[in-house]
Design a protein around this ligand. Sequence first.
Ligand SMILES: [Zn+2]
Ligand SMILES: [Zn+2]
Ligand SMILES: [Zn+2]
Length: 126
Amino acid sequence: MKQTRNTQAKTEIFKLLEQAEVALSPAEILDTLQGLCDRVTIYRVLDRLTEEGAIHKIATVEGVIKYAICQQCTIEKHHHNHIHFTCERCQNTTCMTDIEPSFTLPKNYKVKAVNFTVSGICPECG
Ligand SMILES: [Zn+2]
Ligand SMILES: [Zn+2]
Ligand SMILES: [Zn+2]
């Protein structure tokens, strides 16, 4: 029984993130899914989906953790190098998948993950 509920939660959470135009925090997901699952389940499902390359974690400038859908990631590898933008007014965080930050590290440093987050005012609030 428990297994079935978790599978359903996973499907619903993935659908929610897929349809959202902005990144969602676990608290927002909990609110939206009212009663379908508890906080612990949501965290577990988010971890699982991240491992599977379905979604990625974003830390905003303020340190809020949000999740957004991945475009081309697989279970073997997350591959993205895009900027996240958080609006100071509406708090919406979006993936800017076309914008790649460019930087060069000193020799011998190997990049494993990039977390590039910008905060400011979005077009809707500007
Ligand atoms: Zn990814
Ligand atoms: Zn805004
Ligand atoms: Zn993103």
